[in-house]
Design a protein around this ligand. Structure first.
Ligand SMILES: Cc1ncc(COP(=O)(O)O)c(C=O)c1O
Length: 432
């Protein structure tokens, strides 16, 4: 059984200088409390108590080639020696942009930013400027960063409190949000094309953009229903609405060209972050020329002192090189599907209501009587107490999974890691 005494001591100390002892809210909610890590390598991460974990969190997704990949580390080391931040242009930055142009269907032009949250706000700005309209339409349970106008519709006191599907009630995720940002968006349940069509027909004169995670990764890892994304594309074309894909999770994980390539639905703008930089702060807003030219011409301002610093660009180039040369996506799909099927089998053997959903490179485990989970309202029916017990049991036995039941696969995971995770699951299921 793992002990966490050193982490507990450091957390008590950290609370005297860091608010809540952490630097991001999500880090508080580890088991049994925020954990302090000492080092990581490949598929493994080690905490200050000396506990070793097979890491299926991949630090919330970015570590797609595994921790400390030697090629990425070398790329960063070599390029950072030449300088850290020029706040001017450099050659590698063009090479990265050209590479992304080749890979991502909608990437006619792009700009680099630091993280997903700010790149998404850039996309809203471009969409408003392009269409002359003000609002964006988004979906219950989709996470688009932590900033004011998207920090709604992520939590609710109960499923019933969400009200009707046609006119949902949404709740602030945090104190301190300005009331007026509620005028910026319309929110709907996801995966319901008829409802989307009805709403767009009624309200299209107000709607500048529609933003979606192409796979609802943040809640339940839910795939879009057949025809849903295509339907979105058609509605956006018909009603002069900018289609934005938030590919912060799906990017470089479902396909090297993103979910847009995986599903063959091409958005006008899209956001890539997380896996692009192997843990270095880089994101990209990419899009079609008709949209991105607004930035090129300076009609829409996008800026940032720290954008495209040397180490972040080198990390992204290094990551893409590994993804391409090591055939990572097909490997992590195969391993992910194997792990998903193994977990389902353990669920069956234990007569459990375990539901395993997702495309493979990432997937979700939860406990529910529902045969499938299709939107946020379904997600609310998951048995959270059971999931927490499962996640805690896995953690105490060396398997690190994101607390809400999300698993990520990386290039560093091996068949042996999958067997170990399944053997541990079988043991933990007996204790549930
Ligand atoms: C789908 C999605 N969009 C946007 C974000 C925000 O990205 P960041 O945390 O880099 O600001 C996240 C982060 O988890 C995400 O999962």
């Amino acid at each position: 059984m793992y002990q966490y005494d050193q982490s507990a001591k450091l957390l008590a100390r950290a609370k005297r200088s860091l608010a809540g002892g952490v630097s991001s809210e999500f880090r508080k909610y580890n088991h049994p409390h925020a954990i302090f890590y000492a080092h990581a390598n490949g598929s493994r991460i080690y905490d200050v108590d000396g506990n070793e974990y097979i890491d299926f969190t991949l630090s919330q997704g970015p570590m797609i080639v595994g921790h400390n990949h030697p090629h990425v580390v070398k790329r960063v080391e070599d390029y950072a020696k030449k300088g850290q931040l020029f706040a001017g242009q450099h050659l590698l930055e063009i090479e990265l942009a050209e590479k992304l142009q080749q890979l991502i269907p909608s990437a006619e032009l792009m700009r680099f930013c630091l993280d997903g949250s700010e790149a998404i706000q850039t996309a809203f700005r471009v969409a408003r400027a392009k269409t002359g309209k003000q609002k964006f339409l988004r979906f219950e349970g989709h996470y688009h960063g932590w900033l004011d106008n998207v920090a709604w519709g992520l939590s609710t006191p109960s499923a019933a409190a969400l009200g009707t599907r046609e006119d949902p009630t949404f709740f602030p995720w945090t104190a301190g949000l300005p009331d007026h940002v509620q005028d910026e968006f319309i929110i709907l349940p996801w995966n319901d094309l008829a409802l989307l069509e009805k709403t767009i027909k009624e309200k299209h004169l107000e709607i500048a953009a529609l933003i979606t995670e192409p796979i609802m990764c943040n809640n339940g890892c839910i795939l879009p229903r057949e025809g849903y994304l295509q339907g979105m594309r058609e509605l956006c074309d018909q009603y002069n609405i900018t289609l934005i894909f938030d590919e912060v999770i799906t990017g470089f994980r479902t396909h090297l060209g993103g979910a847009q390539k995986y599903f063959n639905v091409i958005p006008d703008l899209s956001i890539f972050a997380k896996a692009i930089g192997s843990g270095y702060p880089i994101s990209a807003i990419v899009g079609k020329k008709d949209w991105m030219n607004l930035i090129a011409e300076g009609k829409v301002i996008h800026a940032g002192t720290m954008n495209s610093s040397n180490s972040t660009v080198a990390a992204a180039i290094g990551t893409l090189e590994v993804l391409e040369s090591e055939n990572v996506i097909s490997r992590i799909s195969k391993l992910g599907l194997q792990l998903m099927e193994g977990l389902r089998e353990i669920g069956r053997q234990n007569k459990s209501n375990l539901l395993v959903q997702g495309p493979g490179p990432m997937f979700h485990t939860g406990f529910t009587q529902l045969p499938a989970v299709n939107d946020f309202r379904d997600v609310l029916a998951y048995d959270k107490v059971r999931l927490n017990k499962f996640i805690a049991g896995m953690h105490d036995n060396g398997i690190r999974i994101i607390g809400r039941g999300l698993w990520y696969l990386s290039a560093a995971h091996t068949e042996e890691d999958i067997h170990q995770a399944l053997a541990t699951s079988a043991k933990v299921f007996k204790q549930l």
